[in-house]
Design a protein around this ligand. Structure first.
Ligand SMILES: *Cc1c(COP(=O)(O)O)cnc(C)c1O
Length: 412
């Protein structure tokens, strides 16, 4: 395990006791970020609301302006202990990380991270399986500011070296990919990027640092849509970027310039969700694998795109690199059309129909990856569905899916 985050090392009152050696991740989600000076002894760091910070006298105001404002009250936009507690906790979950900046959504985190490392004339490498709004940001605002994007096959691995040109500056990764769950060979891509002096950014929303400690694996900027598993209850929008020492200053400066800030109530709900994340993820992971394996045995299902199953490209990398799986995967139906898919989803009683996953409830969503692909055409036996397996009893979910599948005629 790497060194602890710099900004917690000197803190004698830290409940996480960073001096007493590494702790298991499940312990860290409980203890991290709960400094006594921020909690005043209350278990959950309370909500500190502020825009204006008042100073004792002009000298104090001037002195504060000359000091580093990290974890120091300065102006509401730079946060209060409520936001710092969550940011600090996320940093502690990423061994080797320097610090974390919070954003009002996952997409805000992605765009700020990209803007912090790219300049006009640069080129970005982006996987074909990236989250759609990430692709839209690259093709929209980045393009408008003179930053080109080259889309790559998520399974490219070390072959990414061949795509690197004179202006290539950054490699974006998302593993597993959105909707189609290709697991990337992150160590191979990181090694090539380092050799060429490129920045790496990873959307780690599916795994979180609990299942894939991105910074420890050599990533420079680790991005989370905290809206999903950190919040865990489908009621708050929140994002984060955790950076190495090298990239933290420019991430922070860019985010300040963009005016990015998160309300203390949302940060507090994020911290509250984080405390149970290890336990929730374990259950999401176990139940999802169970449901995925059951679906794999069904004649109506052609493929189950769950990173742990070998239908899924890169499942060997999943078994090599990840500490476990979470609750989201897709299935490809065998031979039927959209009408049967719609009938199946509409017939489900325990699965809601909605986009933002990571909460305690199960979801089913029709997906059409073929409409998004740029360089790797999506070959398919039939229509696809993305499932989020929530915290309901998996036997009940399987019974619900069995009823839904009656709407899909088997092809054999
Ligand atoms: C949902 C999601 C995001 C965006 O998060 P928001 O908080 O909804 O903006 C980013 N990346 C991935 C992989 C996601 O699933």
């Amino acid at each position: 395990m790497g060194r602890g985050p710099r900004h917690t090392e000197t803190d004698g009152g830290n409940v996480s006791g960073s001096n007493s050696g590494p702790k298991a991740k499940a312990t860290q989600v409980v203890t991290a970020g709960r400094r006594k000076e921020w909690t005043q002894g209350i278990v959950n760091p309370p909500v500190w609301r502020a825009s204006t910070i008042l100073y004792e006298d002009v000298e104090e105001m001037r002195a504060n302006g000359r000091r580093d404002t990290h974890h120091r009250l300065f102006y509401g936009r730079r946060g209060t202990p409520t936001q710092w507690a969550l940011a600090d906790a996320l940093t502690q979950l990423e061994p080797g990380a320097e610090a974390t900046f919070l954003y009002p959504s996952g997409v805000a985190a992605i765009s700020a991270a990209l803007l912090s490392v790219l300049s006009p004339g640069d080129e970005l490498l982006l996987p074909d399986s990236a989250y759609e709004p990430t692709t839209a940001f690259a093709g929209g605002m980045l393009k408008r500011f003179g930053i080109a994007t080259r889309t790559y096959d998520p399974m490219i691995g070390a072959g990414i070296a061949e795509l690197i040109g004179e202006n290539t500056r950054a490699v974006f990764l998302e593993s597993p990919g959105s909707l189609t769950f290709e697991v990337q060979d992150v160590p191979a891509i990181v090694a090539v990027a380092k050799e060429h002096g490129l920045v790496t950014l990873l959307d780690n929303t599916w795994a979180t640092p609990l299942l894939f400690p991105a910074i420890e694996k050599g990533i420079d900027l680790s991005i989370l849509a905290c809206t999903k598993y950190v919040v865990g209850h489908s009621d708050v929008m929140l994002g984060s970027v955790t950076a190495t020492k090298e990239f933290w200053p420019r991430l922070r400066a860019t985010s300040f310039q963009l005016g990015q800030t998160v309300g203390p109530d949302d940060a507090w709900l994020g911290s509250r969700g984080l405390r149970t994340m290890a336990t929730r993820l374990k259950q999401h992971g176990e139940s999802a694998l169970r449901v995925a394996k059951w679906l794999k045995g069904r004649p109506e299902v052609a493929r189950v795109l769950h990173p742990a199953l070998d239908d899924c490209p890169g499942s060997a990398f999943f078994h090599r690199d990840f500490a476990g799986g979470s609750g989201l995967f897709s299935i490809v139906l065998d031979g039927c059309g959209d009408a049967e898919r719609v009938a199946m989803i509409d017939a489900l009683e325990l699965f809601g129909i909605g986009f933002s996953w990571g909460g305690y409830e199960s979801l089913a969503l029709p997906i059409d990856p073929e409409k998004l692909r740029k360089v790797v055409p999506w070959e398919t036996e039939g229509p696809a569905i993305r499932l989020h397996i929530g915290l309901e009893d998996p036997d009940d979910l399987i019974a619900d899916l069995e009823r839904g599948l009656q709407c899909v005629r088997p092809n054999r």
